[in-house]
Ligand binder design. Sequence first.
Ligand code: DLL
Length: 432
Amino acid sequence: MEHRIWNPTMECMPRDQLRALQDERLRDVVRRVYENVPFYRNKMQQMGITPMDIRGVCDIERLPFTEKQDLRDHYPFGLFAVPQTEIVRIHASSGTTGKPTVVGYTGGDIDRWAELMARSMYCANIGKHDIVQVAYGYGLFTGGLGAHYGAERVGASVIPISGGNTTRQLLLIQDFGSTALCCTPSYALNLAEALQAEGVHHTKLKSGIFGAEPWTEAMREKIEEMLGIDAINIYGLSEVMGPGVSVECMCKKGMHIWEDHFLPEVIGPDGHGLPYGEQGDLTFTTLTKHGMPLLRYRTHDLCTLTDEPCECGRTHVRMGRVMGRTDDMLIIRGVNVFPSQVEHALLQVEGIVPQYQIVVERSGNLDTMEVQVELSPAFMSDTVKDMEALEAKIVNSIASHALVHATVKLCQPGTLPRSEGKAKRVIDKRQL
Ligand code: DLL
């Protein structure tokens, strides 16, 4: 397999050298936030430490955590570490409650982001010969502009179509001969379905960079099969930069975290770092951001890390798929259930497509979970349809993969709401 590497010096740096670089960059960012961000200076003073106490990564646990709430408490610009005159871009992510979280970038930050997205494009084998259709939303959301700058940096021809408008997406895929697609996995599936519905079975698409929401290995297989592409997982969050904090290479065995820019930790329930291989709350310290650097930002995304060597030659650690967010987790009659487990369970059953919604309700004191899922067009065209048997298969699959009893509602093809960005998988009526 051919592995294209954008910046071999950094991406394949021996781990001891990488650690020395992280030590130096960590000391630098700690000094910058201490001098320029009152929130961090106060926290560090309360903990009785100064930048002089931080020698390097070995002292990471002496530094304070940062939570999303801290960003909200300092809304909108209170955590910026440079004067506003140095901020050239502002992004924001809408939270489920209240005000958005705001992030500011200097010109240097934008340049580094484009560079990391260029690395990420190369990871998916996207270069100057490609026509990249960017169907992530452009705007305050980081997906569109992040992918755009990275694709331009590698010299690809970029189509900045943004999210939505499926009819036009299909038209451009065919008429412009797009070879790469960037969007959420749920939207990729919608586009794939829409192409099939139009009877289009061949396009020039060969790879896709999909992320911004959890998805499963089974969903990857489905998208790859329907679109005839390599579907590459990309991760990121606006607080830490946007897309391109980590990305899979063509080995598709976990996402390389660009460790020369982000220092990852996986934190366990007791607030301490866990060894590689154990699942916990992914936490990042930004090593090179100037506009809004963050120390030990708790993403609340659950995953594991591994430092096992990767066949592609990159040395940066890999994170596994995000299992879910601690705040995505549903507790159904005491059982912890992640939407990703339900997705995996559904994809084991033939006759349905992975268009689904989970509706949770409380009847009396009992939680009930209904999984609404669409029948596949192939199932519908069969002359003999045993709906009851299919329903039973799905109930069993959910029981064995998510360890919970759910009722199943089979829906006609095309009837569940389609996402153009991040899919809304759960409707929890218990909170209403
Ligand atoms: O979703 C940035 C992004 C854009 C990433 C495009 C990838 C592609 P936010 O809107 O701030 O930023 O949401 C960040 O989305 O904490 C995860 O919970 C989730 N997430 C992002 N990528 C993945 C992924 C963007 N590949 C939040 N797998 C994160 C699972 C993901 N979850």
